[in-house]
Write a protein that binds this ligand. Structure first.
Ligand SMILES: N[C@@H](CCC(=O)N[C@@H](CS)C(=O)NCC(=O)O)C(=O)O
Length: 220
């Protein structure tokens, strides 16, 4: 059976978890905080989570894991059948990750953990996020899903990145990225109503104390 290593507080972990749930696949969750210990690095070469354990070995990097699941597992398709359609989904996924998720992440410490972030980093995040949201506005289809009529792996990245980036906007940058982006606000709401989200949110809340303890102790 597939095993998903990581912790339910992580947005990247939850992208993969939602893919597995949407496809109706059996999988086991293994609590793993990543990090730089020799044991962790045997599972995840960069010490990051999530990691998917397959019968052949471990796979890291969320986009790659999502592709692997799509190529090898039965259940609801999260990519179109044609190569061009698939490329457009992956393009959107990548744009959201590189130009929204990663700049927002530079301000997570201040937004979610009460640790001030340097003004220069915030200025950079502001410029990058404005460009990232402009890119998504230009390229997203929102019909109603980010790449078209069907839920795709791009929506998984959208769902768990754009919500946090919007919180960074509000709490750290004094910016409302959704104010002039009603299609994105509507899609976030649609995804929040996804029947599997209740489980994902409940598991996140249940894992939060262990996660905060791990952060406080500085242990991995
Ligand atoms: N590029 C990685 C990024 C994953 C990532 O940043 N995961 C975070 C949790 S949301 C993590 O492992 N943080 C621990 C660390 O950086 O040591 C992916 O696509 O899976």
């Amino acid at each position: 059976m597939l095993k998903l290593h990581g912790f339910a507080v992580s947005n990247y972990y939850n992208m993969v978890k939602l893919a597995l749930l949407e496809k109706g696949l059996a999988f086991e969750e293994v609590l793993f905080f990543g990090g730089q210990s020799p044991q962790a690095l045997k599972v995840s070469p960069r010490g990051k989570i999530p990691v998917l354990e397959t019968e052949h070995g471990f796979i890291s990097e969320t986009g790659v894991i999502l592709d692997y699941i799509e190529q090898t597992q039965p259940g609801k398709a999260l990519l179109p059948a044609d190569a061009f359609g698939q490329a457009k989904v992956r393009e959107l996924l990548k744009e959201i990750e590189l130009y929204i998720e990663l700049p927002a992440r530079t301000c997570y410490a201040e937004a979610f953990f009460g640790t001030a972030v340097e003004p220069l980093i915030k200025e950079r995040a502001r410029a990058d996020l404005l460009a990232g949201f402009a890119t998504l506005k230009r390229n997203g289809r929102f019909a109603p899903y980010v790449a078209g009529e069907q839920l795709s792996i791009a929506d998984l990245m959208f769902c768990f990145s754009v919500d946090l980036a919007c919180l960074v906007g509000k709490k750290v940058l004094n910016l409302d990225f959704l104010a002039d982006f009603p299609q994105a606000a509507a899609l976030l709401e649609t995804l929040r109503q996804n029947p599997h989200m209740a489980q994902i949110v409940a598991d996140k809340e249940a894992t939060m104390p262990a996660f905060l303890e791990m952060i406080k102790s500085g242990k991995r």
